[in-house]
Design a protein around this ligand. Sequence first.
Ligand SMILES: Cc1cc2nc3c(=O)[nH]c(=O)nc-3n(C[C@H](O)[C@H](O)[C@H](O)COP(=O)(O)OP(=O)(O)OC[C@H]3O[C@@H](n4cnc5c(N)ncnc54)[C@H](O)[C@@H]3O)c2cc1C
Length: 369
Amino acid sequence: MKIAVIGGGIVGATTSFYLAQAGDEVTLFDYKIGQATSAAAGIISPWLSQRRNQDWYQLARAGAKFYPALMKDLAVPSESSIYQQVGTILFKNNEKLLNKLYEIALKRREEAPEIGDISILTPTELQAKIPILTPEMNGLFVSGGARVDGRQLINQLVTSFRALGGQYCETQVSDLRPLQSGWLVKANDLTEEYDKVVLGTGAWLPNLIHPLGYNVDVRGQKGQLVEVRIDSDTSNWPVVMPQGESDIIPFSNGQILIGATHENEQFYDLTVDDQVVSDMVNSIKELAPDLIKAEQVEVRVGTRAYTSDFLPFFGEVADLPGLFVASGLGSSGLTTGPVIGHTLASWLHGNETELKASRYSPANYIRKT
Ligand SMILES: Cc1cc2nc3c(=O)[nH]c(=O)nc-3n(C[C@H](O)[C@H](O)[C@H](O)COP(=O)(O)OP(=O)(O)OC[C@H]3O[C@@H](n4cnc5c(N)ncnc54)[C@H](O)[C@@H]3O)c2cc1C
């Protein structure tokens, strides 16, 4: 099959890789601007979320579980810094809530053994894991939690995709039209026909669907995140999720991310807001005072895609055969993106998957105008 994948974030890049692996003739178009995947914090730890929606939880759980298989398919060595299960530490406002979370984790582990070891650690034990932490309370540790470097992962996916014969175009697709059979895609001076099209365009999905006569229930949300560097061996430090918006995500070589903001009113804005960034960093000053003084390397800004009920959707658009979409991945899209991409690639070939199409149908989010 000849397929165009539009959007090269985690969804588009994973879908392209698996389609190319299945022998399809794939072109991946990516505009890159605003991409959430390369701005993301990279926390993969969905099991302790307070969200109650089962469709979301089952998808996020499947997403976290899928990562080791993705690394294997990409032949990423186990010591690579792209993805590491370094564990996650969670804090709550009081011991009672922490104990409740501990009970939830134990219960969820019954069907999700990938959570790994679950324990409540004292401030001294927490400091042994991350020397720069100065916690006053106990924290919950789960060993299966992971962090993923979104930028490196995209690079790896695109490299592997190209090695399989895939074609990569760093350009914006301006128009999409249905044909008698197949689809017409326009980008700059290229106009090409494809059998099928996949839209992994994140928060920008409405731009290509709206001209086809459909409204899309997706809006953009600005997220800012700071990268700092310290002089320590951070490679095995767990991810820290304090109460509040700012998490601490250590990568290797002293690289640490702090973030991220969720700015609904800023929609697609990509400018750095120094005040917002400074407030975000300061919010962790009690827990990690050394990080406030650390050298800031970069501020990343990306746009998350949200639906009005905060659930992602993916699959074939009912009235538009051969057009597959995925969007609305929100703040957990680095967790769910790979399994969504893998699932879409299977559905394009008419194969059944563990995730059921009816649960995540685009029909609820894409409606005729
Ligand atoms: C600051 C921040 C922190 C986050 N932290 C986490 C986290 O810790 N854990 C987690 O699980 N998730 C996290 N997320 C969420 C996650 O990053 C996103 O949900 C996920 O990356 C979305 O992937 P996507 O492929 O759907 O979209 P994107 O990554 O946004 O990719 C869409 C791509 O499509 C391109 N595109 C759009 N229109 C066109 C067009 N017409 N032609 C060509 N290309 C086009 C865009 O330029 C972009 O590159 C975070 C997000 C942000 C912004």
